[in-house]
Design a protein around this ligand. Structure first.
Ligand code: ADP
Ligand code: MG
Length: 253
């Protein structure tokens, strides 16, 4: 393993980011970010609050625009005036810290909505797919309930199932366990580990370092809008090269 593996050479590229810069007004939130992700790679992104982690992954499914650089997802160019937003959203699933389930829909309806509306899948097929993924996240018995009737861990597993119902090629996770009570973290991480083992391409913003060690191909450390350091997990944790990485790891480990 090279000291700073940028892209795994044996995998086709699925995300290519080069020279990406973004501003919120006068504030530059992303500074010349370069990142290449191979199909099936598992990437963990960590770094202090406000370092641009969410903004970076939100750019990858076009929830944010950017001003400079290039960003291509499975051959879809996201710089072309926003016209490819729908195409990229169909390929990229996203799971947020706050679940973002529709409160007035049942678990099953939450999972059926996007396939029916966006993909024009028929109702019975959408239901079949929803039950398949609810079974995969091990809560098929909760299908008829409303989100508020579920625990946080169950709600987050519904959010994962809902994203999978669109059969994405890439899954983005933005601190998926940060809003959970400690006893519910494991059930969500176990679901994510299962996805990783099935070969899903995943970018996970998380500070769950046990998860990073277990499943990540690469760990990326961001600070002040830049990728400061990246490496395979063992080298990243055991021998961080940059002073800012060392200081950050010293605070969280
Ligand atoms: P992280 O996820 O690493 O905590 P974010 O990407 O959420 O960081 O935010 C990076 C910086 O950009 C923060 O300083 C944040 O306040 C700022 N920021 C994020 N979203 C907006 C926005 N919509 N408008 C203005 N500033 C924002
Ligand atoms: Mg964030």
């Amino acid at each position: 393993m090279p000291a700073n593996p940028s892209a795994a050479p044996d995998r086709p590229e699925i995300i290519s980011i080069a020279g990406l810069s973004k501003w919120f007004g006068p504030f530059q939130v992303l500074k010349n970010v370069d990142l290449t992700v191979g199909a099936g790679e598992r990437i963990v992104i960590c770094g202090p609050s406000g370092s641009g982690k969410s903004t970076l992954i939100r750019c990858i499914n076009s929830l944010e625009r950017y001003e400079q650089g290039t960003l291509t997802v499975d051959g879809i160019d996201l710089g072309a005036g926003g016209k490819n937003v729908e195409a990229v959203r169909a390929e990229v699933g996203m799971v947020f810290q706050q679940f973002n389930l529709f409160p007035h829909l049942t678990v099953l309806e939450n999972c059926m909505l996007a396939p029916m509306k966006v993909r024009r899948v028929g109702k019975s097929k959408a239901e079949e797919t929803a039950m398949k993924y609810l079974t995969r996240v091990r809560i098929p018995d909760q299908a008829g309930k409303y989100p508020a009737q579920l625990s946080g861990g169950q709600q987050q597993r519904v959010a994962i199932a809902r994203a999978l119902c669109m059969t994405p090629k890439i899954m983005l996770f933005d601190e998926p366990t940060s809003a959970l009570d400690p006893e519910m973290v494991k059930e969500v991480l176990d679901t994510m580990i299962g996805l990783a083992n099935d070969g899903m391409t995943m970018l996970c913003v998380t500070h769950e370092m046990g998860f990073a060690r277990q499943v990540a191909d690469r760990v990326i450390f961001m600070d002040r809008g830049e990728i400061v350091e990246e490496n395979a997990p063992q080298a990243f944790f055991d021998d961080p090269q940059n002073e800012r990485t060392r200081s950050f790891l010293g605070q969280i480990l």
